[in-house]
Ligand binder design. Structure first.
Ligand code: APR
Ligand code: PHB
Length: 394
């Protein structure tokens, strides 16, 4: 088999890159370990930066998002009993975010790829990249007991944190930066109306809570829980009771509860690998970096990596600008580190850290109070939340 760009992983990163390249007349083949239903069954984030919504439109997959997504001009911070509105629109000169689930983004991208007839091989096992440092890289994989070889010009490793792409780079060629937090997020999805029109990020002495949504009739709520907590120990009732305790009184009173349709715990981690390329293979999205979800940056960083790689490849194929290939990692990492910083900061400000001494606890509270009480501080939060600009490729 042969293609121009071999893409490993059919998550949002792989599918979006595939769509943009296909539209530009560059051939791609996507190899995905799971089935489409399995990929769509994962409940992930739901806040899209404006840069990502524009990229989806550019890829021709913005129609349903524009019809069904919810534009949010702000969000709320609940600090103990106090509610602070972060006016994203006013503080950033008119920017906003779009509430549209990653599952829906993925569904739209899958449908668009199916319509174009571009190739995706699902349930490909033992996917392995080879010859990345040569001019003739290739990927081997198995399907239905047969082994295949896919020759290509470049490989895009869009296979998430546990994927094979990063793991096939010799460890001495990579530097890993990592922080693991001593807690996770317990999330539930429920068919209930949102407790508030905008998202609410709540800091509370019992721990952090987040009120998010997928639509006017579907909500997503999260609670900070200690690492090692088991989802089986959290009945719906226990979840709702705990959430109410962490919200300001009027929100707790307005909360509509109902049976959960999904419940899971995700660990919190900050992770970056440098560089994000190895010869002719590029790491994209979660394969190269993880952020704690507090800043809603994970999916959006995958999109900005995709934009960078797509614009470089476009210039490589159209203008012969192979010099740009070596720029991929440094361009991506500049934006990634800023989002890593913001996500770490939001996490540090809003969560309960049991290991913090009383002094550090007060300093954290006071730091956030300072930010929200100052227009400059709120601007900083807003400008990071709506998403920093994408760097032009020239
Ligand atoms: N071979 C083939 N496919 C693989 C392999 C492998 N060895 N390992 C993983 N995959 C597939 C996974 O099954 C998954 O469908 O790669 C895909 C990776 O998708 P995601 O994990 O969703 O990662 P990405 O596309 O980078 O999406 C951005 O940012 O913060 C997050 O929630 C956000 O998941 C989102 C991510
Ligand atoms: C979500 O809706 O799942 C969500 C929203 C905002 C975040 C994280 C997750 O910061």
């Amino acid at each position: 088999m042969k293609t121009q760009i071999a893409i490993i992983g059919a998550g949002p990163a792989g599918l979006l890159l595939g769509q943009l390249l296909h539209n530009a007349g560059i051939d791609t083949l996507i190899l995905e370990r799971q089935t489409p239903d399995y990929v769509l069954g994962r409940i992930r984030a739901g806040v899209l930066e404006q840069g990502m919504t524009e990229l989806l439109r550019q890829a021709g997959v913005g129609r349903r998002m524009d019809a069904e997504g919810l534009l949010h001009n702000g969000f709320e911070l609940a600090l103990g009993g106090r509610r602070v509105h972060i006016d994203l629109h006013g503080l950033t000169g008119g920017k906003h975010v779009m509430i549209y689930g990653q599952t829906e983004v993925t569904r739209d991208l899958m449908a668009a790829r199916r319509d174009t007839g571009a190739r995706t091989i699902y349930q490909a096992s033992n996917v392995e990249p080879h010859g990345m440092k040569t001019a003739e890289p290739y990927v081997t994989f198995e399907q239905d007991g047969e082994t295949w070889r896919l020759d290509c010009d470049y490989i895009a490793g869009c296979d998430g944190f546990h994927g094979v792409a990063r793991q096939s780079i010799p460890s001495e060629c990579l530097k890993v930066f990592e922080r693991v937090y001593p807690f996770g997020w317990l999330g539930i999805l429920a068919d209930t109306p949102p407790v508030n029109e905008e998202l609410v990020y709540a800091r509370h002495e019992r721990g952090f809570a987040l009120c998010s949504m997928r639509s006017p009739s579907r909500t997503r709520y999260y609670l900070q829980v200690p690492s090692g907590e088991k989802v089986e120990d959290w009945s719906d009732q226990r979840f709702w009771d705990e959430l109410k305790m962490r919200l300001p009184l009027e929100l707790a009173a307005a909360l509509v509860t109902g049976p959960s349709i999904e419940k899971s715990i995700a660990p919190l981690r900050s992770f970056v690998v440098e560089p994000m390329q190895y010869g002719r293979m590029f790491l994209v999205g979660d394969a190269a970096h993880i952020v704690p979800p507090t800043g809603a940056k994970g999916l959006n960083l995958a999109a900005s990596d995709v934009s960078t790689l797509f614009n470089i490849l476009l210039k490589v194929y159209r203008e012969g600008r192979v010099d740009l290939l070596d720029k991929y990692s440094e361009v991506c990492l500049r934006r990634i580190w800023k989002a890593e910083r913001f996500s770490w900061w939001m996490t540090s400000m809003l969560h309960r850290f049991d290991d913090n001494d009383a002094f550090s606890q007060r300093i954290a509270e006071s730091e956030l109070d300072y930010f929200v009480d100052s227009e400059a501080g709120r601007k900083t939060i807003a400008e990071n939340y709506v998403g920093l600009p994408y760097e032009a490729i020239e």
